[in-house]
Design a protein around this ligand. Structure first.
Ligand code: 5GP
Ligand code: MN
Length: 389
């Protein structure tokens, strides 16, 4: 890349020769470039778009746009234990595709937290755990299956096995997690993006769809970005995230309402449970600057926790100045689910990937084990000793 014409730009602009810093690869475009990329927001800031060579992947997007030039049946799939970015990105893309004359359904392997129920269309998400036959029929009937907010079929477990059985479909991945598998016909991936909602926003703009983003879609995209950036505070909060947020606000969203819908939905049980976790359950490993907590099924039952009630608890220990890694172990019927969070350069994606059959991002990742809670905690000790040595 790239002394050629950029191909997609209607003005056929000639990008200037790439400018390479040790880890950053800039492609400057001249002022007449009309390519709808990262910096082509209404608020035009310096006119270049930047690529981190191994960190951004666009595979067959012109072919995808061509494929979408006739009405298609599309299934959009979120990952297991879907979060706001997964459900939000699927719903926003669904509404956009419907506006372009396609039919689109959203499928998730299992249920999502209650605090996403305000999102338009959340009541029409098909949950494979509840409705396996309907989900299979939707997938079998579709022309295109989109995988949003994950990048390996194993992340959707038995739903992935269903999909692997169905032949002759086109597959699309839109994702921002590290180390993607190359398994789809069309891919729009970047681990520089704050969220899959940000990538969906970009994809919509690449299809000249800015005007199609209505206030419901804008609220959903904004919420997905807010949730994945810890409400615009983690290191993935780029200037571009704020520019997109501003653009979405121009579409008439109500940020306080969104914040209340997502974050101020605690029942008394949840607040009491957080108190119990911090007072009785949090353990600190000063030698590793790590704090961890465990939630057993019995405790979850005692405090009547829903899946959403456990969200965000993992972050709490990072408020301590002497803690750089926070870990939450959650006991489930058939596994222990582990969440990792870290500060700065500590790469918990690697920790999750190497020791807990998982992955994610540098500062937020997850994994699972099939052994007991106690054994999983033991693995953490061993893993930290090796990981931090
Ligand atoms: P959470 O701790 O909120 O469940 O997940 C944090 C991040 O890690 C999210 O981006 C999520 O998609 C990713 N993640 C969580 N669990 C897993 C897992 O089992 N495997 C992989 N590859 N990623 C995970
Ligand atoms: Mn995400």
């Amino acid at each position: 890349m790239n002394n050629e014409t950029c191909g997609k730009c209607p003005a056929n602009c000639q990008p200037l020769p790439p400018f390479v810093l040790p880890s950053v690869f800039f492609i400057f475009h001249p002022a007449n470039c009309q390519l709808p990329t990262a910096n082509s927001l209404p608020l035009r800031i310096p006119h270049f778009h930047y690529l981190y060579p191994p960190m951004r992947l666009e595979k067959n997007l012109p072919e995808l746009f061509e494929f979408l030039s006739t009405p298609r049946k599309i299934a959009l799939v979120a990952h297991t234990r879907p979060d706001g970015d997964a459900i939000g990105s699927c719903l926003a893309l669904k509404f956009f595709l419907e506006k372009r004359g396609h039919t689109a359904e959203v499928i998730a392997p299992d249920d999502f937290p209650d605090f996403l129920n305000w999102m338009k269309g959340s009541d029409k998400v098909f949950i494979r755990q509840k409705n396996p036959k309907t989900c299979f029929a939707i997938l079998a009937n579709s022309d295109l299956i989109g995988f949003l907010d994950f990048n390996a079929l194993k992340r959707i477990e038995s739903l992935g096995e269903d999909i692997a059985k169905i032949r002759g479909k086109k597959w699309l991945m839109v994702d921002h997690h590290r180390d993607p598998d190359d398994f789809t016909d069309f891919t729009f991936w970047s681990d520089e993006a704050s969220s899959t909602c940000e990538l969906v926003y970009d994809l919509i703009r690449m299809m000249d769809g800015d005007a199609d983003i209505d206030s419901d879609m804008a609220a959903i995209i904004y919420a997905g970005m807010a949730m994945d950036t810890g409400v615009f505070q983690y290191s993935n909060t780029t200037a571009r995230v704020h520019e997109i947020a501003a653009n979405l606000m121009h579409k008439g969203i109500h940020v306080e309402e969104i914040h209340n819908n997502v974050y101020n939905q605690y029942g008394e049980n949840r607040l009491r449970f957080i108190g119990y976790m911090l007072k009785d359950k949090m353990q600190i490993l000063p030698e590793y600057r790590t704090a961890f907590m465990t939630i057993s099924m019995k405790e979850a039952e005692e405090y009547k926790l829903s899946s959403g009630d456990k969200e965000g608890i993992v972050n709490l220990p990072l408020a301590m100045k002497d803690v750089d890694i926070a870990v939450l172990f959650t006991e489930d019927k058939d596994r222990i689910k582990i969440s990792f969070r870290s500060k700065g350069d500590i790469n918990v994606d690697r920790l999750a990937r190497e020791y807990f059959n998982g992955g994610g991002h540098k500062n937020a990742s997850g994994g699972s084990t099939r052994v007991s809670l106690e054994e999983t905690v033991q693995i953490l000790h061993t893993a930290l000793a090796a990981f931090l040595s």
